[in-house]
Design a protein around this ligand. Structure first.
Ligand code: NAP
Length: 674
């Protein structure tokens, strides 16, 4: 039965309509679905997202939304077999599903974790530190980021129907922005199945996610300055969409991830047959065959030392020859089909262009073995080309055959290798197999500006290396120039694409109220009881105690030195200490000050403070000499709920001497019972 890929608009599923396009199975060539032509009111979809989804998402904070992402990840994880099953018809193998479906779910998990660990509760993200404009500190600056009030339109490529959606949704929903998802029509039936699961989970507020199967109609013409378009696809489509006059006129954010002529360099230090050489061959082979090479990050250009050209071609051909191609449902199959017969024609046309400058040294599109009872329609073997003259060639550096097609090219020295890699005119990723720090540094300096990600691998890192072609949610994905000039993922950086960064200036009290983090100079609240006796929920930001003072004697310093073994001359030798430009003579250990500070501010009884978990931003600002005295101000700076039972309290700790000069300052972290 033909699946009808529905859209989900303003709370209703809408069937394909007149002009719907047939979608063919990549394996059998039969029509399995139809999509498009749905009668969609794009104005209503935008209103629905802005009036329902946005406010509901923003009523939650980063932590609530992070928890929601985790629940969603768990929900989808339980149902991933059903998604695998649907996905075989895209030509993908089980290994490919793991990349797409598990990779997408993994991205939700990572964003959930980052949201809880690296973002505050609430909706104001503090970006960077405080800026001071005067001596008194009564007027300060702080960059903050707050969620946009519009809608994100996510347009995705066909190759990752699930990851493509979830890698955009994760940071977007964490930011608090509703999305309209538009997958590529060719694999939209897989995305639709995932969207149905997401909506059926009931975990997202109404209006948080809508879905378009087919054309976006006049949607882009309706977007405004609070909206974002995040596009993944070919450079041709990206260039056309970003030039939409409405997008230009309203300065609508347009994030583009486009195609890319990614390179992999075999380092000049690598000997043939060495473990590093094998790693290179393995990585390149994987990039050519995973998803049948339909990966924006796949290695298109294999850049190797002149002397190793033949060795690389032989080793790679051997491995490519062992790759079992065929019905992706068959266990032994390692490479499935391209997404459609049309895509195969497109790849062959591009391969023919590459063939004008390079000789095919492995693979014959008309003669290759296939496993399983499958139509030849969308299958291709890996095609390896050899371009002997990469300097005079142009097409091999410009033509992306979005399939299992790569070209080996020789280099003379490292500078030449980098020059060739950079001929891609901006790419998503370049990899280098090397054990040389000098090589790696030179590549970063000379190739870094042209590549969104640089991936180095060698025998030390191979066991844990994540793969040339795998964008990790923690690291940015995107690249300059031809790759679209966009950037996605990269942890919290990816969330900020859906937020407005605003420079806020004002008094310490106002900045404390805005950011939910106490700013030095803001009013202190006298603590009603010792704050260590107060539970997480009872503590308020700015709650402060001032301790009594304690004199520091030479005996204290001597005792501490011998007790800990820290007999550094600045604490023990008057003349040597005085010769130091920073000290008047023997001074107290910084760690002694910290220890005495704790002795002054702790309340020792068992209570809500469960553990001291760390200390941030410690600065010793002034030497403390025997005879000085020490007192402490302890202020509740920030509270971050971690679980239902406990939360993290960040305390601002300031150590003063008897002249009220600040001698040290830091932030103390404790875990407190709720
Ligand atoms: P594509 O043809 O450019 O299509 C990309 C998306 O744009 C699809 O959802 C497509 O929808 C949509 N689209 C096309 N015309 C549109 C229009 N006028 N208005 C609104 N949307 C429109 O690319 P593809 O063939 O799906 O994917 C392959 C390409 O994507 C390759 O070049 C690959 O390198 C690139 N890619 C890049 C990345 C990356 O992260 N940088 C990742 C994956 C793929 P329809 O399918 O309905 O036309």
């Amino acid at each position: 039965m033909t699946m009808k890929v529905h859209s989900f608009a303003a709370g209703a599923w809408i069937a394909p309509g007149e002009g719907a396009r047939p979608i063919h199975s990549a394996i059998s060539g039969k029509v399995i679905a139809e999509a498009g032509g749905s009668a969609l009111d794009f104005g209503q979809m935008l209103d629905f997202a802005k009036s329902k989804g946005g406010p509901a998402l923003r009523a939650m904070g980063f932590h609530d939304r992070a928890a929601m992402l985790k629940q969603l990840a768990l929900y989808l994880n339980e149902r991933r077999d059903a998604l695998y099953e649907i996905s075989y018809d895209t030509g993908a193998t089980l290994g490919d599903h793991r990349f797409d479906i598990d990779g997408g779910i993994g991205t939700l998990f990572v964003y959930s974790s980052k949201g809880r660990r690296e973002m505050p509760d609430g909706n104001v993200y503090l970006d960077g530190g405080l800026e001071r404009f005067g001596r008194e500190g009564s007027f300060l600056g702080q960059h903050v980021a707050v969620p946009l009030q519009g809608v994100a339109v996510h347009i995705n490529a066909f190759n990752f129907p699930v990851w493509g959606m979830l890698e955009k949704l994760s940071p977007c929903l964490l930011a608090g922005v509703p999305a309209i998802v538009k997958p590529a029509t060719a694999t939209s039936y897989v995305t639709e199945a995932a969207v149905r699961m997401i909506l059926e989970s009931g975990l997202l507020p109404e209006g948080a996610v809508q879905f378009i199967a087919g054309s976006t109609g006049d949607l882009l013409d309706r977007l405004g300055p609070q909206d974002v378009v995040s596009f993944t696809g070919s450079a041709a489509t990206g260039t056309m969409l970003r030039a939409n006059p409405n997008i230009v006129a309203n300065a609508v954010r347009f994030v583009a991830e486009q195609d890319s002529l990614n390179a992999s360099i075999l380092g000049p230090d690598v000997a043939p047959g060495s473990p590093a050489f094998d790693i290179f061959i393995k990585e390149v082979h994987r990039e050519m065959t995973v998803k049948a090479g339909q990966k924006c990050t796949a290695v298109r250009r294999i850049i190797v030392p002149e002397a190793l050209e033949q060795a690389v071609i032989e080793a790679l051909s051997l491995r490519l020859g062992q790759t079992v191609i065929g019905d992706p449902r068959e266990k032994e199959v390692r490479m499935g089909a391209l997404v459609s017969a049309a895509q195969k024609d497109e790849v062959l046309a591009k391969a023919a262009i590459i063939g004008e400058e390079a000789a095919r040294v492995f693979g014959d599109p008309d003669d290759f073995a296939l496993v399983g009872n499958v139509d030849r329609g969308a299958f291709l073997p890996p095609l390896l080309y050899h371009c002997a003259e990469p300097d005079t060639a142009t097409k091999v550096h410009e033509t992306e055959a979005f399939g299992p097609v790569s070209t080996v090219m020789p280099y003379r020295d490292l500078a030449h290798a980098i020059e060739i890699a950079n001929r891609g005119a901006g790419s998503l990723v370049a990899s280098v197999v090397t054990e040389s720090g000098e090589v790696a540094r030179e590549v970063v300096m000379q190739a870094g500006p042209l590549h969104g990600r640089l991936y180095f691998n060698n025998p030390t890192s191979a066991a844990e290396a994540t793969g040339h072609g795998a964008p990790m949610p923690h690291m940015i994905h995107g690249g300059p120039g031809r790759a679209g000039g966009g950037e996605e993922l990269g942890g919290v950086r990816g969330v900020l694409h859906y937020m407005q960064r605003t420079a806020v200036q004002g008094s310490p009290d106002l900045l404390t109220a805005i950011g939910g983090r106490w700013v030095p100079g803001a009013a202190e609240r006298p603590a009603p009881a010792h704050p260590f006796t107060r539970r997480f929920g009872e503590l308020s930001i700015g709650e402060t105690i001032h301790t009594k003072s304690r004199e520091i004697t030479l005996e204290d310093i001597e005792h501490f030195a011998h007790f800990t073994g820290d007999t550094f001359y600045a604490h023990m030798d008057e003349d040597a200490a005085a010769a130091n430009p920073f000290f008047p003579g023997r001074v107290a250990h910084g760690y002694l000050l910290l220890s005495f500070a704790a002795g002054l501010f702790v309340q020792p009884d068992p209570g809500p403070v469960l553990a001291n978990t760390g200390l941030d931003n410690l600065r010793f600002l002034m030497p403390v000499v025997p005879g000085d005295s020490l007192k402490v101000r302890l202020t509740v700076k920030q509270k971050t709920r971690r679980t239902a039972d406990h939360g993290e309290v960040r305390w601002h700790v300031t150590l003063y001497n008897q002249r009220d000069e600040v001698v040290a300052e830091y932030e103390l972290l404790t875990m407190n019972a709720y």
